[in-house]
Design a protein around this ligand. Structure first.
Ligand code: SAM
Length: 259
């Protein structure tokens, strides 16, 4: 066994029960195009490789890749940082599926990258099944009025539906992480609420200000945007925690049009 590298967030799945739960939740077909992120030593890869004819995996650690290639000759391995990989170029026209026990140190930018992929290539990406830190899964699936509701919830839910499947204890991994994990399913929304990248950028500006001042009245947190609140239909006196996805989209479109 190769020594686990902390800087790559390596916590290898050791619990066969959890591996089977993930594989069963996916229900792979041989015609599916599968993209695995961070195969590590192949704990999941081993159970997925026989089920589909079209399988590509992206692993950053160059010490693991020769070992993976020898063990799974039918799988294509890309030895790169997934954040630098053009995921769209790996998609197949008949619907691709993503999976991974994700490195926790990059999960936030990686999930936003996957949400963008799902928004821009809706017909091509069928779903994603990911192991994440439980706290991250809660933030992605959060609803307004809760502490977990924030920028990640909104940026994900703009183009994806997030379903929490089950929790996984630290002892299921080697070495065990400090926190509990969760497996989630992410599905592209039929109709994303915003499709234009510059509108999404406007939403991001609104969200960063709104949640940086989450204890303030919304009008106060968004003061620098100089919005005409009378035309927004959004209550300027609430806090960001209580603003819905649709209301944030409305504010983003106004901010976008005023640029
Ligand atoms: N799938 C394996 C398992 O379940 O045992 C390994 C999971 S481990 C939590 C995360 C894996 O992602 C590691 O193999 C790590 O080297 C890899 N990784 C970390 N950062 C990465 C990146 N930026 N791009 C691609 N792979 C990465």
């Amino acid at each position: 066994m190769v020594h686990a590298r902390k800087r790559f967030g390596q916590h290898f799945l050791a619990d066969q029960g959890v591996i089977h739960q993930i594989v069963n939740a996916m229900g792979l077909k041989s015609s599916d195009r599968l993209i695995e992120i961070g195969p590590g030593q192949g704990a999941l890869t081993e159970h997925l490789a026989g089920q589909t004819d079209s399988f590509v995996a992206i692993e950053i650690d160059r010490d693991l890749v020769p070992f993976l290639k020898a063990r799974f000759p039918a799988v294509e391995f890309i030895n790169e940082d997934v954040l630098a990989v053009d995921l769209a170029s790996l998609l197949h026209t008949d619907g691709s599926r993503l999976v991974g026990n994700l490195p926790y140190n990059i999960s936030s930018p990686l999930l936003l990258k996957i949400a963008t992929l799902m928004r821009d290539h809706r017909g091509l990406v069928r779903d994603g099944h990911f192991m994440l830190q439980r706290e991250m899964a809660e933030r992605m699936a959060a609803v307004p009025g809760t502490k977990a509701w924030g920028r990640l919830s909104i940026m994900m839910q703009l183009s994806c539906d997030v379903e929490h499947l089950f929790d996984v204890a630290p002892e299921s991994f080697k070495p065990p992480p400090k926190v509990w994990s969760s497996v989630v399913r992410i599905l592209p929304k039929d109709a994303p609420l915003l499709t234009d990248a510059s509108q999404v950028a406007a939403l991001d500006r609104v969200l960063r200000l709104a949640f940086a001042g989450r204890r303030k009245r919304l009008a106060n947190a968004l003061k620098t945007l100089d919005l005409d609140w009378g035309t927004t239909g959004v209550d300027p006196n609430v806090r960001a925690d209580n603003v819905t996805l649709q209301e944030f989209v409305t504010l983003a479109l106004i901010e976008h049009n005023e640029q």
